[in-house]
Design a protein around this ligand. Structure first.
Ligand SMILES: *Cc1c(COP(=O)(O)O)cnc(C)c1O
Length: 376
């Protein structure tokens, strides 16, 4: 029996039901089910939200990453750098483009790509760097952009968890040459089904990606390039257009929930998320670190509190990717953090009382007297 879910999409629907139902019905009446005016309108709104010139709606964050890599010229024989502490889609897309993922370990405080280890991983084959704004916290973009510029390598942001996050006043999505978003239902901005977008301020790259997402057609049945069926559904465009109007409010609510967690978790062994100076964290995931993670998680589960682990096995140790040639010990920070993180319930509608309940269970299962999670 779950009494406190890790996220609550039903509560969100109840709050905006009349508007969402009306938008969906409008698409049903219009017959514009693949792309269409609702998608075009959402694209414009989302580009503005990200602070870029163009957004191109696609059918998933994975497709967004694939298109971005192709448009940036990534192909067979190329290497693309990212971290092993991300969702599998990041490296799946690199392989869809025909390239080889190359890992760089994460920073122990913020869990994003460690720029100090970036140069050592670069070779003459490095074609792009894909920093991941993990859990909704921006990667340390300035040094990454600087190294990339010096080496003539493209930076493509994996902003799939970072809608509205900011790094020194710049929105995630506006720093790389192309950036990728997911609108998977559980993301901070979620469709009622699958969805994603690529965003860029480069009109030529935008045109290439618009063409690639719909079979490389610039004119009907004239295929200028080999493309894909990566179109966004009209229904998803309409849903996202409604939800985009609420995103800032929801994001502020998430940030407040994080503050409440910090208050209630003080004096426990749980290490709360550390926020980089000058950034706006949007808490797609609220992950604490506890030394006795699995025991704490079992206690929470027994009390009806749903939790998650993002992610339990770093990608370089995943069975499917053994042939990349990595092994245990290659990325010690990612390996250590993967053993300690625990994602707690996080959504705008979460109440103070629910947070107090979750924190109380953690306090009992992991009091401050047990050795703290490895200091950073
Ligand atoms: C969700 C996610 C993706 C993939 O998005 P989909 O819409 O599920 O294809 C890629 N990268 C990261 C970091 C994600 O969290």
């Amino acid at each position: 029996m779950t009494t406190i879910p890790i996220l609550d999409l039903k509560a969100q629907y109840r709050a905006i039901k009349p508007e969402l139902d009306a938008a969906v019905h409008q698409v049903l009446e219009s017959g514009h089910f693949a792309l269409g005016p609702a998608v075009a309108e959402f694209e414009q709104g989302f580009a503005e939200y990200c602070g870029v010139r163009e957004a191109i709606g696609v059918n998933s964050g994975t497709s967004a990453l694939h298109l971005a890599l192709l448009a940036a010229g990534v192909g067979p024989g190329d290497e693309v750098i990212t971290t092993p502490f991300t969702f599998v889609a990041t490296i799946a897309a690199i392989e869809y483009a025909g390239a080889t993922p190359v890992f760089v370990d994460i920073d122990p405080a913020y869990y994003t790509l460690d720029p100090a280890k970036l140069e050592a991983a670069m070779t003459t084959r490095t074609r792009a760097i894909v920093p991941v704004h993990l859990y909704g916290q921006p990667a340390d973009m300035d040094p990454i952009l600087e190294i990339a510029r010096a080496r003539g390598v493209a930076v493509i942001e994996d902003a799939c968890q970072a809608h509205g996050a900011e790094y020194h006043g710049r929105r995630c999505g506006s720093m790389g040459v192309i950036s990728c978003f997911s609108f998977y239902p559980g993301k901070n901005l979620g469709a009622c089904g699958e969805g994603g977008a690529v965003v860029t301020s480069d009109p030529q790259l935008a045109a290439t990606m618009r063409s690639l997402r719909a079979w490389g057609e610039d004119t009907r049945y004239v295929h200028t390039r080999r493309g894909f069926n990566y179109r966004m559904d009209g229904l998803q465009g309409a849903v996202l257009g409604v939800k985009l109007r609420y995103l800032e409010g929801w994001t502020e609510a998430r940030r407040q929930r994080a503050e409440v967690y910090a208050r209630y978790l003080a004096g426990t062994a749980a290490v709360i998320p550390q926020v980089r100076a000058g950034v706006r964290h949007v808490y797609h995931v609220f992950a604490v670190r506890v030394p006795n993670r699995d025991a704490v998680r079992a206690q929470l589960t027994a009390a009806g509190v749903q939790t998650g682990i993002h992610y339990p096995i770093p990608l370089h140790l995943q069975p499917a990717y053994r042939d990349l040639g990595y092994g245990a010990g290659d990325f010690p920070v990612a390996e250590r953090i993967a053993g300690e993180v625990l994602s707690l319930p996080m959504y705008p509608e979460l109440t103070d009382g629910q947070i107090e309940t979750v924190a109380g269970i953690i306090r009992a299962a992991s009091p401050a007297t047990t050795p703290a999670a490895t200091p950073v």
